[in-house]
Write a protein that binds this ligand. Structure first.
Ligand code: ADP
Length: 463
């Protein structure tokens, strides 16, 4: 028993050093092992001092027996906390099962009853030789922990689908084996079967937890490897596709620049029409390939910032020219509201900032049918040569539902597909923009009212 108790002590230290478990589950495991260790120690001392008629014996048998009863309840209580944590992390269980909360109430009652028993002799008494004797209420001392374990067992069976087998097996064993031990002990008085079962299960639970952690780690390593392979594949393939697209675009440009002299006009016009179609399609394809390349670079952590000084007015002008062509085609108003105190020159990755703004403005055109949109740039403050900038693109478009907000910035996610089915898109633009913003130490978010419009805000600090 002392050997087993020492083993539990070692497990306390090992559990404390575990980093992959949630804080609450680790605490539950640590307390369970510590309580198991003390339980065995108290059980052994109770055995050693029984029949010792000295004053030390008098106190020791009473204290150790009291501890045995209290600690066995504490072990079950820690197991309850462990279960609560398991279910609070499971997506299939919305609320912590009420039965587990009831177990906590029963645990408190059990603790109080042991204290009462200590003074009234409800559960046990001691004879003149300091020998332990079962008393009239002895069965009650069994009922409380057994009731708790039964409730725990019912919860485990009821929510069995919420946990995978590697977790389910040890917790079922935990709620059943000490139960069997308790029944045996009731009939074979003098043996500490229930305590040994409980401690054994605490140890087993720890080992199952370790196996589980190893499996999770292995799965994570494999997922990372697969994701890296995917990113490498995407990066290579998109790079390879870009080259022929550029050739197609170059050749198409040559067709558009052909001299029409001597060519029948209707023939020439239809060739030019086809060439414009090729141009539009290859531009779309190129921007798609660029987005895939960007997202795979971001995912593999290979995206770097290229910082240099750039002209802000020049950048805004170029954005305005590009976007106003499309907003005019859709008869949308495109307003600018630029803070006059914005510095003429800023330092940063101009390409990425332009890409974010271009994406937000393109989306504003794409997802707005009437009304228009506004690009605002404000200086929120200047300190030690660092400028706090606030960019926003506000539109009067479809807006975004509140429930779609958390998917908005995920790669390949398009929202409100029924309404937006006719609009071309890949769901990559916002994911790339958000990650670019974060790479630059900024923040990108969206505020929207469905049916009224959306505002995308980018905030970051620049020299
Ligand atoms: P894409 O536009 O290529 O689909 P994005 O990542 O840029 O991809 O946008 C993701 C989704 O967010 C879009 O599919 C659209 O449903 C929604 N969205 C983006 N901008 C707006 C906007 N200004 N108004 C309404 N919905 C928008």
């Amino acid at each position: 028993m002392l050997f087993l108790s020492g083993g539990c002590g070692v497990l306390v230290i090992l559990s404390l050093s575990t980093r992959t478990l949630s804080r609450r589950r680790r605490q539950a495991l640590v307390s369970m092992e510590a309580e198991a260790m003390l339980l065995l120690l108290a059980d052994r001392l109770a055995y050693i001092y029984r029949g010792d008629a000295s004053t030390t014996g008098y106190y020791m048998v009473r204290i150790t027996n009291f501890l045995v009863f209290e600690l066995s309840l504490f072990v079950i209580h820690s197991f309850d906390i462990y279960l609560m944590d398991l279910y609070s992390h499971s997506e299939k269980v919305k609320k912590i099962p009420k039965a587990l909360v009831l177990c906590e109430v029963l645990f408190t009652i059990g603790i109080i009853l042991v204290v009462i028993s200590q003074f009234t002799g409800l559960y046990y008494t001691f004879d003149a030789q300091n020998y332990y004797q079962r008393a009239a209420g002895y069965a009650v001392s069994y009922c409380v922990p057994l009731l708790i374990m039964m409730l725990q067992f019912i919860v485990i069976v009821r929510y069995r689908d919420a946990l995978d087998n590697m977790v389910l097996t040890p917790i079922i064993l935990f709620s059943v084996i000490p139960y069997l031990g308790a029944i045996l002990q009731y009939f074979f008085y003098g043996l500490s079967i229930i305590n040994i079962c409980m401690v054994g299960m605490c140890v087993a639970l720890y080992f199952f937890e370790i196996i589980n952690m190893n499996n999770q780690l292995q799965a994570r390593i494999e997922a990372e490897r697969a994701s890296n392979a995917k990113s490498r594949f995407l990066a290579n393939i998109s790079h390879e596709i870009r080259t022929p697209i550029n050739t197609i675009m170059g050749m198409d440009e040559m067709i558009l620049r052909e001299n029409p002299t001597g060519v029948p006009k209707p023939y020439f016009m239809s060739v030019v029409g086809y060439a414009y179609d090729i141009k539009a399609a290859s531009e779309t394809l190129l921007s798609l390939i660029n987005d895939i390349l960007d997202i795979s670079k971001l995912e593999s952590g290979k995206m770097n910032l290229v910082k240099k000084e750039y002209d802000v007015t020049e950048q805004i002008r170029s954005l305005y020219t590009m976007i106003s062509v499309r907003s005019n085609q859709k008869n949308l108003r495109f307003d600018l509201d630029i803070d006059e105190t914005i510095p003429q020159k800023l330092y940063g990755d101009a390409g990425k900032i332009k890409q974010i703004m271009l994406n937000l403005l393109t989306n504003a055109v794409k997802y707005t049918e009437k009304g228009g949109f506004k690009l605002s740039i404000k200086v929120l403050g200047k300190e030690n040569g660092v400028c706090r900038l606030h960019f926003s693109v506000k539109d009067t478009g479809n807006g975004i539902k509140q429930e779609d907000m958390n998917r908005l910035f995920s790669a390949f996610e398009r929202v409100d597909e029924a309404k937006n089915s006719g609009i071309q898109g890949t769901g990559l633009g916002l994911a790339i923009s958000k990650q670019f913003a974060e790479l630059m130490g900024g923040k990108l978010w969206c505020e929207s009212e469905y049916g009224q419009g959306s505002t995308f805000v980018l905030r970051w600090n620049r020299r």
